[in-house]
Ligand binder design. Sequence first.
Ligand code: C2E
Ligand code: CA
Ligand code: CA
Ligand code: CA
Length: 278
Amino acid sequence: PTLAVAFAIGALFGGLFARSRRMEGPVADLDRGLAANEFKPYYQPIFELKTGRIKGCEVLARWLLKDGSVVPPMNFIPLAESSGRIQVMTWQILRSALSDLQPLLKANKDFKLSLNVVPKHLLSAGFIETLRRTVMAAQVSARQIVIEVTERDELDDLARAAAVVSELRDCGFRVAIDDVGVGHSGLSRLKGLGANTIKIDKFFVDTITVDASTATIVEMLVALAKDLQMTVVAEGIETEEQVRALISSGVEEGQGYLVSAPLPFPRFNELVESRCLA
Ligand code: C2E
Ligand code: CA
Ligand code: CA
Ligand code: CA
């Protein structure tokens, strides 16, 4: 009888393994990547336009495959989102980022780490609690963490979105509205959300030097931000000419290839140290 039981168990496990082997496709790949901790933070500096001083960084996810290739986020974030894996992935990336940056964050209380969070995750139950626990476990101050969220349909319920933003701010976290100017975000909604920062999309940076109406829009956003005590960060700056145009429109901070592309931690750390920040 023991033999029969052993056989039965063997058959059961064999069946399970065969089934899991048969589970293929992109979502199963994501799960394998998550189990193997293959989703890693890269870091792009955010700098003061007038001085070039590095004020913080944005965490941008990369999928590092075993063969050494690096998968960009547009090839896995949408699937992670639609398959419900984005939550686990986001926490994994945040924990790695906190462990990389902990010394830097502790030595520079003004240095800020910005994390991208999808609206659905932001609004989900327990988000703020898990964020608090994760940040506290790394002994990092909530004031040094910026949650970047893109305005999308999920944030249509302005009252609810604003309540979450307000609760985050009560806990000391900062909130940035991402990709402002493209798509969704009307000025009154921007106002109603109560964030700390607006991030102006690369589109405006690309056109500000060639199109006077872009400069006008950027100046309007800057005026609105000043009014609401928000900071403005411009994304995707590639030239000095763009820096000058942004400064004359009143923008104070930015990020872009001009200073650095997103880097893996060791190279980011070198960059920061070479600028005498650490
Ligand atoms: P985003 O949040 O708007 O991030 C800015 C994107 O612009 C990044 O692309 C960055 O590498 C790129 N970029 C920065 N400076 C320049 C520049 O000077 N020139 C050009 N051509 N591009 C520049 P990336 O890293 O491919 O990320 C794409 C998008 O994927 C992000 O857009 C964000 O929406 C999403 N994403 C990335 N990481 C995460 C993550 O951890 N969680 C979530 N939910 N979304 C993420
Ligand atoms: Ca972002
Ligand atoms: Ca953005
Ligand atoms: Ca963008």
